[in-house]
Design a protein around this ligand. Structure first.
Ligand SMILES: [Zn+2]
Ligand SMILES: [Zn+2]
Length: 306
């Protein structure tokens, strides 16, 4: 018998962990520059930024290999969902007539280059031509980096961030991006120290939200959250509370993560996935908002948090 069969679920989890690890690393890379060189209308520090990215190439190349690893795992997870034995395609696995247990982890599995054809032959959801093209490109870079120590391709964090969004949209269309971002921010090495008092996964994600909002194009935003980027957004009181720590004051951020649902009497938060009822009254604190929490006697304003 073959023992220790892999599961699609575990592969997906690791693929997403790598995916969001890459996201966090790229975001931090851009943050660090912006902290040192504050952009203004007079100066966007273009040449300094180019110099910084050139300096960052080894890290960017390492991130490219992680993206490829995440791609491969996500595709293997799809195949594994049909049958884990499909992972042994073209791998020349050796079996024995003795019938002893064989550990699956000792088998060589399908090559990355063969994955797309296997998926499009055995799985219901086919990979798009656009994805196949970028998958092939990223795989080629990964091979150059792994086998020769580098690629001549010069990466920028922004380019790879957009690549990650495209990857997410293709590979996990049923999942919820911001909910996953929180879930996987809670699975980093630093998350080991999240105590809810000084740090939490929600605070990490809210802290980077303004940057995320800036990164996402209108098309990407609509694809990830189902609403145009220009739609008015409101604070989710639960998420603000979960993100508020001694080191992070969520109300100081523009981290509004909820949309009004049709009818205008409830909000849906795309960070925690919850709906909450609201009452439509002008904000007593005088902000232009008129969406008040229906919880508690006085109600809290979803626009200014007063
Ligand atoms: Zn929420
Ligand atoms: Zn208000």
């Amino acid at each position: 018998m073959i023992i220790n069969l892999p599961t699609s679920e575990n592969m997906t989890k690791l693929a997403l962990r790598l995916h969001f690890g890459a996201w966090a690393a790229l975001t931090t890379m851009e943050f660090q520059f912006d902290q040192e060189f504050e952009s203004s209308e007079e100066n966007d520090w273009a040449s300094e930024r180019a110099e910084y990215y050139e300096y960052c190439q080894p890290e960017l190349q390492a991130i490219c290999t992680i993206i490829q690893q995440s791609n491969e795992l996500a595709l293997k997870a799809r195949l594994c969902q049909v049958s884990p034995y499909l992972l042994l395609l073209n791998s020349d696995a050796k079996f024995s007539t003795k019938g002893d247990d064989i550990d699956f982890t000792t088998f060589r599995t399908i090559d990355a280059v063969d994955l797309p054809a296997a998926i499009n032959s055995f799985c219901d959801d086919k990979l798009t031509d656009k994805f196949l093209q970028t998958y092939g490109q990223i795989r080629a870079y990964r091979n150059q980096i792994t086998h020769m120590g580098e690629t001549k391709k010069a990466f920028s964090p922004r380019e790879l961030l957009h690549h990650l969004v495209a990857q997410y949209r293709e590979l996990w269309p049923q999942r919820h991006w911001l909910q996953d971002r929180v879930e996987f921010a809670a699975q980093t090495t630093t998350a080991f120290f999240h105590d809810g008092r000084y740090a939490s996964a929600e605070s990490v994600v809210m802290e980077e939200w303004e940057h995320t909002f800036d990164v996402l194009t209108g098309t990407e935003f609509k694809a990830l959250f189902g609403k145009p980027k220009t739609t008015r957004r409101y604070y989710c009181l639960d998420c603000v509370e979960a993100a508020s720590t001694k080191a992070f004051h969520a109300p100081d951020t523009e981290c509004r993560t909820a949309f009004l649902l049709p009818g205008g009497t409830s909000l849906h938060c795309f960070m925690c996935g919850k709906d909450s009822n609201v009452v439509r009254e002008d904000c007593p604190a005088g902000c232009p908002g008129n969406v008040m929490s229906s919880a508690g006697e006085t109600g809290q304003c979803h626009t200014c948090l007063q």
